[in-house]
Ligand binder design. Sequence first.
Ligand code: ADP
Ligand code: MG
Length: 642
Amino acid sequence: MKNSEPESIIKKKQTLGFQAEVKQLLQLMIHSLYSNKEIFLRELISNASDALDKLRFELINNKFISTDNSDLEIIITFDKDNRTINISDNGIGMNRNDIITNLGTIAKSGTQEFFSKLSGDQKKDASLIGQFGVGFYSAFIVAKKIIVKSRHVNSPITEGVLWESEGSGNFTIETINKTNRGTDITLYLRSKEEEYLSSWKLKSIIRKYSDHISFPIKMYKETWDEEKKETVISNNEFEVINQASALWARGKSEITDEQYIEFYKHISHDFEKPLIYTHNHVEGRNEYIQLLYIPSRAPYDLWDRNKRNGIKLYVKRVFIMDDAEQLLPTYLRFVKGVIDSNNLPLNVSREILQESRDVKVIREGSTKRILNILEDLSTSNDKEKIIKYANFWKEFGQVIKEGIGEDNNNKERISKLLRFASTNNDSDIQNVSLMDYIKRMKEGQNKIYYITGENYKSVKNSPHLEIFQKKSIEVLLLTDRVDEWMLSFIPKFENKELVSIAKGNLDLGNLENESDKKQQKETETKFQNLIEEMKKILSEKAKDVRVTYRLTDSPACLVVDENEPSGNMIRMLKAAGQETPNSKPILEINPNHALIQRIQLNNDNIHNWSHILFDQALLAENGVLNDPMNFVKRLNEMLLIK
Ligand code: ADP
Ligand code: MG
């Protein structure tokens, strides 16, 4: 939002409606987060802290001149008689336009997706909301009315704003005089929420969720009144409730697990615990602190191209920017955290970051840390770690695969992190590493075999697997969209070639013996004529027709040449509206199949049979027929032959 307002700004009280999504979110939140309603305070403090961070940054960069030199702080008070809680900050504040946008709409990327995923099932939706980030609106869980008074650091005293809402359909907004900079939020509590009108309760919530906030959070001091024999709350003296120092700058041993977790929730807007984190003070020529978290769950907008990265950049404890995408490679975009550099200048911009050598060092260091913790999880025998890695792979495996193509320096390390579904498993679970595969290789086997396809069922039942099943050779089953692209970057792993069993000639290498090969030659001669004829008939559809030994149960299958994209790849490209190479597949027929043998003996209907075999093979790999009616017609004709 721009901070300069036009002269003609409307000053009278206005009633505006919430964006439809806000109404929906408010409804949902009140119902599904009720069991954890105290988080409203965490959210409001988190916003106040962000506002202070932004102010400090702007002051350093001289964009705003503030005559108010008061210390940056958050003050929390309550009023038992009026049943209100007040949260004030002297941060950057909001002007009229800011407030209308920020507290009347949801401006997050992926909002659409979020709403489309809501199921109506309260439990499921509650965790989804948590994932989406609850934010300001969560205050309506405990408040029947909220008044926000705010003044942007750049607005004159006469241009404060008062926002008021009961959280139903709309809010009002009017211009007021506001002497102090920043934002004051007053919650008018619902009935039955009086437990929050207590110093003890508020303090314990602050300590539980907001201890890590680096600005002081203050409340009026309580003292023991000897005469009255009770605690009285001072009305002029404050005490600081939290530690008020940047959590990441503290020593590891001074931080509890709970504090790490609450800090994560603050920076990530995630409701759930992180899966794992890593915290390091890096010394030397390039000094920085990194506190990085891997979430337990993929965000709903993981695949949103506009999604911002989750790293906050600080320089010497001063907040510089959110979403510092230069600090980690794209394939680690799910990582959240803070990087605090001692070397970068305070006025660093995104453009400078792009060029900076210090940033490059930080990015490499941070990538290494993340790969380290993943390596540790993935190679451990510890039960908890095994579960964590399986969880990680389920949520982020597809993104990590992008790293194979994106991060050439770490390709080796990343390829060890990969997990696949395999014929060695009974289910579609992806838990087989390339290392596991190699350990199970048959004697004489020197290749890693895989098949790609659209979904587990289609690859699991693919005719291409038949010979491998017969010989008990393991095949990796790849069904993620990125797989084929990724595989083009790893032709070999540990000196073993990775080969698609649906491409090129079947090459079982040393797994075949000489007498097999001799017999195959003889069969090929026997089928020569049939093959030639089929080739002519199918010249528009198939590049070639040949005899194969990869099938045991099916009469035919399709393959492509080694260096050509697979049928699956072509279908994906088509679905994405991309141009597709004009290549034709090869039809392979199984000389041992009764159907093929019959056609070989009696080729009266060879025209129909050729087309039926081709179309069948296409259907078997989940392909789409060009002319399904003709297929049905031909098949029926064949069925009617006596
Ligand atoms: P989020 O913090 O995830 O952006 P919220 O719903 O918590 O979402 O807040 C919405 C926006 O309202 C914030 O991004 C910020 O721009 C603005 N805002 C909220 N509280 C304050 C505050 N105390 N001072 C300044 N701006 C605020
Ligand atoms: Mg917030």
